[in-house]
Design a protein around this ligand. Structure first.
Ligand SMILES: Nc1ncnc2c1ncn2[C@@H]1O[C@H](COP(=O)(O)OP(=O)(O)O)[C@@H](O)[C@H]1O
Ligand SMILES: [Mg+2]
Length: 272
């Protein structure tokens, strides 16, 4: 029977480093096929949260369920098999500088897939194409690429094993506004075409407004979650300050460059 059970359910998560508590019994559900934006102040624990879900950071306590299985209790081998279906683009988007674009993208295929070298190469070109890069980029090295291209190659690598779930940690930070908007469009089209669930940490207001179905705000070591209009009505001072600025901006800038006033999804969404 098909249920609306969350894809990932985080319950009572506690993370602390020495005496510093980062997450204090945090709860968060991630739904199938949504684009969830995660925001919060610098150092509030957004990356630690992603690292916890990815099994890179053992929480102090709490539970993290994926499709009903507690990830903190399953074997390493089982977790690793599950993670083959997850794609990750880390905050610093690191590519291996000594490897060509092609080899960077084929790295997960080499490690985790039974594909022959020829099949890997064919798939690598498909992934390059998916992220909007031309075939000749395959032979280049990271130092020869622009910031936006590096993010795209890192995204192609994250897509290497056909994930169902994509984690992005501040993917558009460091990009100029046009490249950032193009990257957002790419995420939306991948989300739609590949039926991906996307979890994206972002500081980018445009991303929050234009592509996220729901927003999770990390404040006071816990989560406030909702649609953007719901979040903007939340009286928490940090949230008011964070989103209040956008409203003020939307009122003050000329029409031709006004900030988006309403959340909107470009293409037909099927929710639920
Ligand atoms: N491995 C670690 N050891 C000690 N402190 C850490 C570690 N990782 C993160 N922290 C601390 O946890 C807090 C949250 O970090 P992080 O999740 O990276 O913040 P952000 O929300 O900016 O992504 C920060 O104060 C950071 O210094
Ligand atoms: Mg971070």
């Amino acid at each position: 029977m098909r249920t609306n059970a969350p894809l990932i359910s985080i319950k009572q998560l506690v993370n602390q480093f020495g005496s510093q508590c980062v997450h204090d019994h945090l709860d968060l559900d991630i739904h199938n096929h949504e684009i969830l934006g995660i925001v919060g102040g610098s150092g509030s624990g957004k990356s630690v949260l992603l690292r916890s879900i990815l099994g890179l950071q053992r929480p102090y306590s709490g539970e993290i369920f994926f499709n009903g299985e507690n990830l903190l209790q399953i074997s390493t081998e089982h977790f690793s098999r599950i993670k083959h279906h997850w794609g990750v683009l880390f905050q610093r988007g690191a590519l291996f500088s000594s490897l060509s674009v092609a080899d960077n993208i084929m790295l997960p295929m080499k490690e985790f897939s039974p594909l022959s070298p020829l099949e890997q190469k064919e798939l690598m070109y498909i992934k390059l194409n998916m992220v909007g890069l031309e075939s000749q980029v395959a032979g280049k090295y990271p130092s020869q690429l622009s910031g936006g291209m590096i993010k795209r190659v890192a995204l192609a690598r994250a897509l290497a094993l056909d994930p169902i779930l994509l984690f992005l940690d501040e993917p558009t930070s460091g990009l100029d506004p046009i490249s950032a908007a193009e990257f957002d469009e790419l995420i939306v089209s991948l989300h739609t075409n590949l039926d991906l669930t996307v979890v994206m940490v972002t500081h980018d207001m445009d991303s929050l407004f234009t592509i996220c179905d729901r927003v999770a705000v990390l404040v006071d070591k816990n989560m406030v979650v909702g649609t953007l209009p719901e979040i903007m009505e939340t009286p928490h001072p940090w949230i008011q300050q964070y989103f209040g600025g956008v409203r003020a901006l939307a009122r003050s800038v000329p029409h031709h460059q006004s900030a988006p006033a309403t959340p909107h999804k470009p293409t037909g969404q099927t929710n639920g």
